[in-house]
Ligand binder design. Structure first.
Ligand SMILES: NC(=O)c1ccc[n+]([C@@H]2O[C@H](COP(=O)([O-])OP(=O)(O)OC[C@H]3O[C@@H](n4cnc5c(N)ncnc54)[C@H](OP(=O)(O)O)[C@@H]3O)[C@@H](O)[C@H]2O)c1
Length: 294
């Protein structure tokens, strides 16, 4: 039986990747910071990994001495490990770049055949953002390492769209730009299947989106209608956000990065090649039933 190491296995994509590898007959070693979380389903429908992971190893990717032998006996390494929001004391460089370098080094030490890494769609166009740069610095290191690799580049996940439904529930969505650019987020389960397909030999660099392409305006309207609310969307002219970004950049790198992200998603169209079969409308409606019904 082939063995996969899943780093980031407690996260949105990591859980679905672990589940998909298991369903395809792989032995799954989940690498996590703490094993307790895996016993319970996570938010946004993330599956529990009880009965999915054959083995759980714990450690901190930023601390190489905690990673000893995580890749022992492993054929394939997969990583969706990364920092979701800046934690005090940790940067994207520390976690997304150096943390994944530490995992790669363990993989190479144990002659793992291939490394699959989840980066970001259109990264080259957003490289000034710290999160994107950290991902792409790792991609470069992976490509230079000599190990076989696949790079997955999703544009957005269903789980992230829930923030819009929450804003809709609060009564208003405020958004920079005019809402006419497009995006097609993907469900974690659909992403999981792509992760397993990416294990086939040979270098791959795959741009990924979900099956339904929306303008932001359409997506926000769906967020409102899924909770039976009249849409109320306020668009802030982009030049105001750009001005704020210029002012804040020398003062606060983290807020500047968030504004840079808001600018990027409103100047770069985010429609990616379509994969998967799960629909945003169903996801919003299911989430609404569980979380916003009276
Ligand atoms: N969100 C998007 O729309 C989007 C779009 C494109 C690409 N991506 C990228 O896709 C990847 C996966 O996203 P996701 O939503 O699955 O992220 P996620 O849910 O935040 O999962 C990240 C995982 O990394 C783990 N982790 C963080 N720091 C660690 C450390 N020091 N040592 C070991 N594990 C650590 C987390 O563990 P804990 O649970 O213990 O914290 C968690 O399991 C990320 O690299 C993200 O940047 C995201």
């Amino acid at each position: 039986m082939k063995k996969v190491l899943v780093a980031g296995a407690s996260g949105y994509i990591g859980r679905y990747a672990a589940q998909a590898f298991k369903q395809q007959g792989w032995f799954v070693r989940a690498f996590v910071q703490g094993s307790e979380k895996l016993k319970r389903p996570g938010p946004f429908g993330k599956p529990a990994l009880d009965g999915v992971a054959d083995e759980i190893v714990t450690g901190d990717a930023t601390k190489p001495d905690t990673l000893h032998d995580i890749a022992d006996g492993i054929d394939m390494a997969f990583s969706s490990m990364g920092l979701r929001s800046s934690r005090p004391g940790l940067t994207y460089h520390d976690v997304d770049f150096l943390g994944n370098i530490n995992i790669l080094q363990e993989a190479m030490r144990h002659d793992v055949h291939k490394f699959i890494y989840v980066s970001i769609f259109k990264a080259a166009e957003m490289i000034e953002m710290q999160i994107v740069k950290a991902h792409e610095d790792f991609v470069q290191a992976l490509k230079n390492s000599g190990i076989d690799y696949s790079i997955l580049r999703p544009n957005a996940y269903f789980s992230d769209m829930i923030q819009f439904q929450k804003m809709a529930a609060s009564g208003v969505i405020i958004w920079p730009g005019d809402g006419n650019l497009t995006i097609n987020p993907i469900h974690g389960e659909d992403m999981g299947e792509i992760c397993v397909d990416a294990a086939a030999p040979g270098h791959q660099d795959i741009d990924i989106g979900g099956p339904d392409i929306f303008t932001y305006k359409e997506l926000f309207t769906l967020a409102f209608t899924s909770i039976n609310k009249q849409p109320r969307i306020i668009f802030i002219p982009l030049w105001i956000v750009q001005g704020l970004h210029t002012l804040i950049k020398p003062l606060n790198a983290r807020i500047a990065d968030m504004l840079a992200f808001a600018i990027a998603v409103n100047t770069i169209d985010n429609a990616a090649p379509r994969y998967g079969k799960q629909h945003m409308k169903d996801f919003f409606e299911n989430y609404a039933k569980k979380n916003f019904s009276d």
